[in-house]
Design a protein. Structure first.
Length: 117
């Protein structure tokens, strides 16, 4: 029986897709706001929410989990030093997706900003 897909594939293999999301997450943590397509922003949101939840606890185990997800020590340091403590009172919804206008006539993908609240 055919079931619906769980996540978007972006026409990439699983390793390439994981690398794409890792790169987007690293950029978002370092820059705190990035511009990407709407579909990529929606796929990135659960990953970032989980990372901020790790950073709120601040334990060594959560730091190591975040390191495996981000792969960049500078991003992990910023996540645990500045972003995590910012949301200690907040229960969820750490990022916001703001839709933008479409690109030109050649590439009509929907664009969006993803940023921390």
């Amino acid at each position: 029986m055919a079931y619906t897909k769980k996540a978007q594939t972006f026409h990439r293999k699983s390793g390439q897709r994981r690398a794409l999301l890792k790169s987007l997450a690293r950029s978002l943590v370092l820059e705190e706001r990035i511009s990407t397509t709407e579909a990529k922003a929606k796929a990135l949101r659960p990953l970032i929410e989980r990372l901020v939840t790790y950073a709120k606890s601040g334990t060594l185990a959560s730091r190591r989990l975040a390191q495996t997800k981000l792969g960049d020590p500078a991003a992990v340091k910023k996540l645990f030093a500045t972003i995590g403590p910012r949301y200690t009172e907040r229960k969820g919804g750490y990022v916001r997706i703001v839709k933008r206008t479409k690109r030109g006539s050649n590439d009509a993908r929907k664009l969006a900003y993803i940023a921390f609240v």
